[in-house]
Ligand binder design. Structure first.
Ligand code: ADP
Ligand code: MG
Length: 584
């Protein structure tokens, strides 16, 4: 076939394929335009410009999952009649003028592609009235043909209507999901923007039914309450960014937002909302950073609920990676990764409340609606009494009055808020794990063993003898490879007991064997060692030993759970007791 230039309509459709592949993409682009238009008026855009008043309204209406109709209306800056045709032209934008502007982006849009792309695959009507006092006007693009802008009275702002999406692109149409699935996805997409812009009020309705509405009060927690219910919002803590604050000038990375307590967890990662410079993004690695920060605190296989906004200098953020702008590139991604973990951990350490008796494990204390259609009041876990956050605040455990040991497993003690039961194994495990982690790489010699012990390398780690020796050395062991599959241990980290260390290592190996080594075996090594060396359930403890355990638990930053995410301590509060005895 001869080489020929493609006709413009075909070029437009091919280009559109990168920007809009489904109805939710159209909604996303139109909502981003609406937000940019509202912020253009509010003059509070930019990372520092967290406004706390209602700035504007963005409302989205869809029909048939967006396939037959999408309407997005805003009360932002509007477009003048002369400029309407330019708005639907490819690579035409009011948001940047030169390449340098990409380094100081303040708006969500900048590629000047979205409206052109949408108009290439659907019929579009834009009605707009600028806030400058001009008259309103409207422009139709039907079957790819741009009409003439004509006067149309309306209030300031812009309404874009998209109809017959992909009707002219049968290949795309074929791959569209069911209307209900697309509606749900549109809801999820919009949620991210409502959380990124609490000062804008959003509404979404599908086939005339209200799905989501936020008030635009400027308060992130209020948005979370509107989306997921008050019970969920109450479990969210303001992220502390102590580390970054201290080194702010050097790091120039700030982490803000909310982190759910470990009692708020869900089956998917859909509860982890990430924004960079207030732009909702998708990032597996940063999601993983959040997940990791909760590791050992929430049950395995569950995921936390967080809203994390990362602020970086705009020249360290590259949004121009993909036409959909969903993925971004960060200049110092490792640093951001660490900053997120640090902020989440600091917050949890300081804020995580103790669970109340009645809040069973494995089941979140507070249920978060799994679907995107929050709004409905979230059911509180049955039986969990309304106890004030103050009561549940982590007490100084070392200061509690020890009453005794129950079933040779739990230390029972009394404090101002009520009775505490501390799981001696879980508590000790947490203490040991944190000490091990703290001592990593310190190489302070640890405790010498009277006699070196030899241990077989677990079969699951065959061929990884060197890494295994290095991992143990990192944790503070003095080890040496011996032959092909044996190690000789001469000293153990001071956090662990030197007694029967050979048995502990053996048991650790058996567990690694049984569970399969997996890519995270190094991290699990510390967890396993702390578990195997910790005081066991069924072990009798003297009062002094219990006291020492509680004192040590106080020093642990994450005292509320053991390294498997089980609680270390639970509270039977005075108010619960009173209720049980019908005293009130
Ligand atoms: P981009 O957002 O990348 O600039 P778009 O194709 O999405 O590209 O929009 C093109 C232009 O149309 C924008 O730069 C803006 O000037 C104008 N525009 C689009 N939507 C709106 C809106 N809701 N309010 C005001 N102006 C808008
Ligand atoms: Mg845009």
């Amino acid at each position: 076939m001869p080489i020929r230039e493609l006709p413009p309509e075909v070029i437009a459709q091919i280009a559109a394929g990168e920007v809009v592949t489904r109805a939710a993409d159209v909604v996303k682009e139109l909502v981003e335009n609406a937000i940019d238009a509202v912020l253009a008026l509010g003059s509070t855009s930019g990372p520092e410009g967290q406004a706390f008043t209602h700035l504007g309204t963005v409302s989205v209406e869809i029909a048939d999952g967006g396939h037959s109709r999408i309407q997005v209306a805003d009360d932002g800056c509007g477009i003048s009649r002369d400029e309407l045709p330019a708005a639907v032209r490819r690579h035409a934008t009011s948001k940047i003028h030169a390449a340098e502007d990409l380094d100081r982006l303040q708006s969500l849009g900048f590629r000047g592609e979205a409206l052109a792309a949408i108009a290439a695959v659907a019929d579009v009507t834009i009605a707009s009235c600028p806030t400058t006092g001009e008259r309103g006007a409207a422009l139709d693009v039907v079957a790819g043909q741009v009409g003439r802008a004509h006067p149309q009275a309306r209030r300031p702002g812009t309404t874009v209507v998209v109809e017959r999406l992909f009707e002219r692109v049968p290949a795309r149409r074929k791959y569209q999901r069911a209307a209900s699935a697309e509606t749900a996805y549109i809801g999820t997409t919009l949620q991210a923007y409502t959380l990124a812009y609490p000062e804008i009020s959003f509404a979404l309705s599908a086939d005339g039914r209200g799905i989501l509405r936020t008030s635009g009060s400027g308060d992130l927690r209020a948005v979370a309450a509107e989306l997921f219910g008050g019970e969920v919002a109450r479990e969210l803590r303001t992220l502390r960014d102590e580390h970054a604050a201290r080194e702010a000038s050097e790091w120039r990375v700030a982490i803000t937002g909310l982190a759910g307590t470990p009692f708020l967890h869900r089956a998917t990662r859909n509860g982890i909302f990430l924004t960079v410079n207030r732009r909702p993004i998708e990032s597996r690695s940063l999601q993983y950073a959040v997940d990791e920060a909760y590791a050992t605190q929430i049950p395995v296989g569950r995921h936390p609920v967080t809203m994390v906004d990362i602020t970086v200098p705009s020249d360290e953020l590259d949004v121009n990676v993909h036409p959909t702008k969903r993925e971004v590139r960060l200049l110092r991604d490792r640093l951001v990764f660490g900053a997120i973990q640090n902020a989440v951990r600091c917050t949890l350490a300081a804020e995580a409340p103790l669970p109340l008796i009645g809040e069973t494990r494995g089941q979140p204390a507070v249920m978060m609606p799994e679907g995107p259609m929050g709004g409905a009041p979230a059911p509180l876990f049955a039986g969990a009494p309304a106890t004030s956050g103050d009561e549940r605040a982590r007490p100084r455990l070392g200061g509690l009055r020890i009453l005794g040991q129950v079933a040779l497993t739990y230390v029972i003690c009394e404090g101002a808020a009520g009775l505490y039961l501390v799981d001696q194994h879980a508590a000790h495990e947490r203490v040991l794990l944190e000490r091990l982690e703290r001592d990593v790489g310190r190489g302070d010699g640890g405790q010498m063993l009277l006699e070196p012990v030899a241990v077989q390398l677990p079969a699951a780690l065959r061929g990884a003898l060197e890494q295994y020796v290095a991992a143990l050395a990192d944790l503070g062991f003095d080890v040496e490879a011996f032959g092909d599959d044996e190690v000789v241990v001469r000293a153990v980290p001071s956090a662990l007991s030197a007694r029967s260390i050979d048995r502990v290592l053996q048991e650790t190996h058996e567990t690694l064997e049984a569970e399969g080594a997996g890519p995270d075996w190094r991290e699990r090594l510390a967890t396993l060692l702390s578990c195997k060396t910790a005081i066991k359930a069924g072990q009798r403890l003297e009062t002094a030993e219990m006291q020492s355990l509680l004192d040590q638990l106080d020093e642990a930053t994450l005292c509320a759970t053991c390294s498997h995410g089980r609680p270390t301590a639970i509270l039977l509060s005075h108010s619960q007791l009173e209720r049980e005895f019908s005293r009130r």
